[in-house]
Design a protein around this ligand. Structure first.
Ligand SMILES: NC(=O)c1ccc[n+]([C@@H]2O[C@H](COP(=O)([O-])OP(=O)(O)OC[C@H]3O[C@@H](n4cnc5c(N)ncnc54)[C@H](O)[C@@H]3O)[C@@H](O)[C@H]2O)c1
Length: 363
């Protein structure tokens, strides 16, 4: 399938590189508000730089990967769908629930598909964790923790302002990795209770490109609470840009027969570890699936479109995740538990025996 990329900033490198490795798609064109950014990536990765309008009217392009900043996700996704193209969007699906719903509704009306990052739960270490849970290595998952503590992105990102605007913050930025990972392991979320706060009303960028820039903080930057999953599992979650240093594993699941420790779901650098009664500490588990990298979700979406099956990193998963993330603030403000109403199915596990950049296919 011929693919176009809109948004040629910081994260686009990962997608262009994935596109070069994937065998069922070709990145043929890219566009950006700044033509020079598109020209640089086009030259580097051997595709054509175009204006957004040109890319959207190119009849060969069936699917667009939308790598713009969060505030542009809805307008760009809307343009893509109105142009008759499937769209795979960087996270979050929208900066509020209405935006997310609008993308899903328009795609349904047009008979087109929506995908939304992160696809990291299709990486080898994530699928190995999934297999461990499904095979009962920790028994019935009862509770767990999902923790991301840091000090934000203004120390390295060339354009960090959007992380503190509406649609930014640690939950909408990093929460999708953790919530997709947890839905992969446990299924959908039933309710959320949370509290949120922020340490600063403005921040100062210290990255080379943005040095000294004052960044107004419009969003809460420390969010904590409890996710109740439909299977009964209770996960304590903390997403924070207000911590200079903390030591907590990214994801731990506590089951009736043991504990599963999962690495950072942003990139899964480490294989999972399991502790079962009688073990001498956590045991590292050999990986059962190929590593993969960003763009594997698009590879799966392309294959699913061709084969007429559901794709794994889909719009329902993203809208459910958006509803869950926004529920932390809503719960904190109202002092109530928030029921999660959007439908979401636990994505199918990847089968064993695949090679790098391969997904299951009917052909
Ligand atoms: N940087 C990372 O490490 C990283 C990692 C994972 C996901 N993401 C997500 O990827 C998205 C992009 O992040 P980034 O870090 O690449 O940002 P960035 O600011 O480096 O790049 C975004 C690019 O999109 C372009 N753009 C913005 N609005 C546009 C529009 N309406 N039409 C065409 N082009 C437009 C900008 O000109 C810019 O070149 C965000 O949603 C972010 O959350 C970023």
């Amino acid at each position: 399938m011929k693919i176009g990329i809109i948004g040629c900033g910081n994260i686009s490198k990962a997608y262009f590189e994935g596109g070069q490795k994937a065998s069922n798609l070709d990145v043929v064109a890219c566009a950006d508000l700044h033509l020079e950014a598109a020209q640089n990536q086009a030259e580097r990765y051997g595709c054509k730089a175009m204006s957004v309008a040109e890319l959207l009217t190119d009849p060969e392009i069936e699917l667009v990967v939308n790598l713009t900043t969060p505030q542009a996700h809805l307008p760009v996704a809307t343009q893509c769908l109105n142009a008759g193209k499937h769209v795979y969007c960087e996270k979050p699906l929208g900066i509020n629930f209405e935006e997310g719903k609008a993308v899903i509704a328009l795609a349904a009306e047009k008979g087109l598909r929506v995908g939304c990052a992160p696809d990291t739960f299709l990486f080898g270490h994530a699928q190995t964790s999934r297999k461990l849970v499904d095979e009962g290595w920790i028994g019935k998952p009862v509770a767990g923790m999902a923790v991301m503590m840091g000090h934000g992105h203004e120390s390295w990102h060339p354009n960090p302002g959007f992380y503190y605007e509406q649609g930014g913050g640690p939950m909408l930025d990093m929460g999708p990795y953790y919530i997709h990972a947890l839905i992969n392991l446990l299924g959908p979320v039933k309710s959320v209770c949370g509290k949120t706060t922020k340490a600063f009303t403005e921040r100062r960028a210290t990255s080379e490109e943005a040095w000294g820039r004052i960044l107004p903080v419009e969003t809460d930057t420390h969010l904590c609470g409890v996710l109740e999953f439909a299977n009964g599992c209770l996960i304590t979650m903390i997403m924070s840009f207000d911590s200079w240093q903390a030591e907590a594993p990214p994801i731990q699941l506590f089951g009736t027969e043991g504990t599963l420790q999962v690495g950072d779901p942003n990139n899964y650098p480490h294989p999972p570890q399991v502790f079962r009664p009688g073990d001498d500490g956590f045991q590292t588990v050999s990986t059962t699936h190929p590593a993969n990298a960003r763009m594997i979700g698009v590879v799966d979406m392309v294959q699913a479109i061709r084969d007429g099956r559901p794709h794994r990193v889909n719009g329902d998963l993203a809208l459910h995740t958006l509803e869950v993330m926004l529920a932390f603030e809503a719960s904190g403000k109202s002092g109530t538990h928030i029921e999660i109403n959007t439908p979401c199915e636990r994505p199918a596990a990847l089968p064993m025996g695949l090679v790098e950049w391969e997904v299951d296919s009917s052909v």
